[in-house]
Design a binder for this molecule. Sequence first.
Ligand code: GDP
Length: 315
Amino acid sequence: MTHGAFDLRGKRVYVAGHRGMVGSALVRQLAHEDCEIITTSRAQLDLRDQSGVQGFFCDRKPQVVIMAAAQVGGIYANDSQPADFIYDNVVMQTNVIGAAFKHGVEKLTFLGSSCIYPRLAPQPMREEALLTGPLEPTNEWYAIAKIAGVKMCQAFRRQHGVDFISAMPTNLYGPFDNFDLASSHVLPALMAKAHQAKIAGADQLSVWGSGAPMREFMHVEDCAKAILFLTRNYSGEMHINVGTGEEVSIKCLAETIAEAVELKAKLAFDSSKPDGTPRKLMDSSRLLGMGWRPDVTLADGVASTYQWYLKNVSA
Ligand code: GDP
């Protein structure tokens, strides 16, 4: 593993996907840096259009690229639109990585997700688990695309000596999360359900499954800080896990959310719904070993996300 300080000061930094949960957090964090942030809307530039992407790099000349643009979605979206998930992601990242190489970008950070690891990877999941077993079939389209991105960054490093790295965030939450109950992950889903229960004066909060599964949650602001930390301080072939190293049970998460929402209700575990995998935790010891630490506790992160939800979603 190589460490080397890369200075973002005075650099033109292109955040691809700045409207998304991670991209928007990156823009908020970069606003504290002495650098020029470059973004472009989907209407102005479709990242699936190779010549458009080349033209954009030629005009705007980014020196640093953070690839946070992706076609993302929950289990249903992944399973029902497999062509979009594999095609859009492979093409967008290929166009951005290719243009970054061609236009001499000094540093590129590619973002993936924990679903790149085999379905039955030993827990906590180490970076070395990549490509050691079959993927979870419901999201393999997305996972294969992301794995191709990690490998492409490695290949460009090896063949051309460029400084392209990859970061794999754990389950994220925070502003601009998806609160739609049909397609959201557990944290925003329980937050929206707890809010509705409070408004309705209900005395129960429905929690899917047994409440026993263990999950890791990271606030997106911490994730953005970790990505910038890696962009500055890490230069190596191995992709790096980005997580807190802490896990909680779904029951404990539901209690934390009920407290933030000030909902006085009993948890009602719905055993007709699946638990999913019993434990999903990333091994982030590489990142933590470099000295990085998250700032936001789960209780604080849930409380501030609820305030954001009240202003931006429930209104
Ligand atoms: P996973 O991490 O890929 O399993 O995806 P989820 O975030 O959707 O679910 C994590 C865990 O939370 C599972 O055990 C779910 O059964 C449980 N869970 C409890 N209540 C809910 C809910 O309202 N929505 C979702 N999506 N999951 C819930």
